[in-house]
Design a protein around this ligand. Structure first.
Ligand SMILES: Cc1cc2nc3c(=O)[nH]c(=O)nc-3n(C[C@H](O)[C@H](O)[C@H](O)COP(=O)(O)OP(=O)(O)OC[C@H]3O[C@@H](n4cnc5c(N)ncnc54)[C@H](O)[C@@H]3O)c2cc1C
Ligand code: FES
Length: 348
C-alpha cells in the first residue's frame, strides 16, 4: 500500500477589483472608449500617471482573457478612468469589448501600472503614435498641456481620417494651445506608410527632449530609426502585446521564517523584511503579504515590476521587458525573480 500524497494547501486569491462601466463612447467604427467608475475606497489603488495602463479580464468563456489597455484619460484632467480599445482583426478579446461593453456592466480590472510616463512636466515632448498607440500618447499630451510649460509635438499616423482617434478633442486642444501644441496628421490610405526620412523631415523643426513612441511594431521601428542616435533614456517605447497567462490569479505564498531567504524590499520609501521562498517570485511574495507592489502581466512582458537588485542573487525565467544595459545595471523583473543567494535587497 502506498502512502497517499499529502495534500498541499493551495490558497488562491483573485487580484484586482470589479469596476462598473459608467460610459461607453464610440470613437470610430472599430474603437470604443470605456470609462469606469472607481468607488472612493479604491481611489488610492486606481490612482495613475498619464501613459499608464490597466489590465482587464474580458469575460469570454470560463476563464476569460486578460488584456492590457492604456488609459486614454489623464489624471487631474478627466473625471473617469477611461481606456480606448481598438478591434484587432482576428483578435480574441478586443472585438468583444468593442461590441459588448455597455454602461452598468462590471469588469475585473487590475490597478494601473506601467513605465511609459513623463517625468518632468517642463520638458518639450515629441509624441509619435499610430492606430491604438494614440491612447497612452493622448493621455500624456493632455497632462503635459494641463500641467507643463514645455512644447508638445504630436505626429499621428492613421489609416484614414475616419480611423483617427480623438480628432475632435485634438482639434479643440490645438485651438486652445496654439503656442504649445503642434499636431502633424498622416494618413496611410492617402500617403502610404511613413518612412524614417519622411518622419525626420516632419519633425525637423520640432523642439523636444523626450520622445514617446507607440504603435504597431513596424511603425515603432520606423520611428526609432528616424530618431537615429538619440540616447535610449530619452526615447520611451510602449509595445502592445497580448497576455497569455492569468495575472488575476494569485497562489498565495507561505512566507514564514522556515521557508525562505531573508530579503529587504524598499517600496514607496518603506522597507519591508520578508522571507522569500526559493520557488516563489518576489511579486507573489509581496502580494501574499498584502504589500502594494507594481505589477501587471506577471509574465515578464510589461516591465511594471522592474526594480533594482542591490544585494544577493536571483534567477529569472523571462527578461523580455529588460534591455541588456538594464540587466548590466542590476535591474530585475520582480514577477520573474526567484532567489538564489541571500541575503537579498531589492529597491523599487
Ligand atoms: C501595455 C499595453 C497597453 C495596451 N494598450 C492598448 C490600447 O490602449 N488599446 C488597444 O486597442 N490595445 C492595447 N493593447 C493591446 C491589447 O492588450 C491586446 O493585445 C489587443 O486588444 C488584441 O487582443 P485580442 O485578444 O483582440 O487579440 P489576440 O487574440 O491576442 O490576437 C492579436 C493579434 O494576433 C493575431 N493572432 C491571434 N492568434 C493568432 C495565431 N494563433 N496565429 C497568428 N495570429 C494570431 C490576431 O489576428 C490579432 O491580430 C495594449 C497592450 C499592452 C501590453
Ligand atoms: S509584471 Fe509585467 S513584467 Fe513583471
Amino acid at each position: 500500500m502506498t502512502v497517499p500524497a499529502r495534500a498541499t494547501a493551495r490558497r488562491v486569491r483573485q487580484l484586482g477589483a470589479d469596476l462598473a462601466i459608467a460610459r461607453v463612447v464610440r470613437e470610430t467604427a472599430d474603437a470604443v472608449s470605456v470609462s469606469f467608475e472607481v468607488p472612493p475606497e479604491l481611489a488610492d489603488d486606481f490612482a495613475y500617471r498619464a501613459g499608464q495602463f490597466v489590465t482587464v479580464r474580458v469575460p469570454i468563456g470560463e476563464a476569460g482573457y486578460a488584456r492590457s489597455y492604456s488609459l486614454s484619460s489623464a489624471p487631474g484632467v478627466d473625471e473617469l478612468l477611461t481606456i480606448t480599445v481598438k478591434r484587432a482583426p482576428g483578435g480574441r478579446a478586443s472585438g468583444w469589448l468593442v461590441d459588448n461593453a455597455e454602461p452598468g456592466m462590471t469588469l475585473r480590472v487590475l490597478p494601473p501600472s506601467g513605465l511609459f510616463t513623463v517625468g518632468e512636466s517642463a520638458r518639450d515632448l515629441l509624441l509619435i503614435a499610430a492606430g491604438s498607440g494614440m491612447t497612452p500618447v493622448f493621455s500624456i499630451l493632455k497632462t503635459a498641456l494641463a500641467t507643463g510649460t514645455g512644447h508638445v509635438t504630436l505626429v499621428a499616423s492613421h489609416r484614414s481620417p475616419a480611423d483617427a482617434l480623438f480628432s475632435a478633442e485634438l482639434a479643440d486642444l490645438e485651438h486652445r494651445h496654439p503656442d504649445t501644441l503642434t499636431v502633424i496628421d498622416r494618413f496611410t490610405s492617402h500617403e502610404g506608410r511613413l518612412t524614417p526620412d519622411q518622419l525626420r523631415d516632419a519633425i525637423s523643426s520640432a523642439r523636444w527632449q523626450d520622445a514617446f513612441i507607440c504603435g504597431p511594431e513596424t511603425f515603432m521601428a520606423t520611428a526609432r530609426q528616424a530618431l537615429g542616435s538619440t540616447p535610449t533614456h530619452r526615447v520611451h517605447l510602449e509595445q502592445f502585446t497580448s497576455i497569455e497567462g492569468d495575472p488575476f490569479e494569485l497562489e498565495e505564498v507561505a512566507t514564514d521564517a522556515a521557508t525562505g531567504l531573508n530579503a529587504e524590499v524598499t517600496l514607496d520609501g518603506q522597507t519591508h523584511s520578508v522571507q522569500w521562498p526559493a520557488e516563489a517570485t518576489l511579486v507573489d511574495v509581496l502580494l501574499s503579504r498584502g504589500i502594494r507592489v507594481p505589477y501587471s502581466c506577471r509574465e515578464g512582458d510589461c516591465g511594471s515590476c522592474m526594480s533594482k537588485l542591490v544585494r544577493g542573487r536571483v534567477e529569472m525565467a523571462c527578461t523580455d521587458a529588460l534591455e541588456e544595459e538594464d540587466i548590466e545595471d542590476g535591474f530585475i523583473l520582480a514577477c520573474q525573480a526567484r532567489p538564489v543567494e541571500g541575503p537579498l535587497q531589492v529597491d523599487f
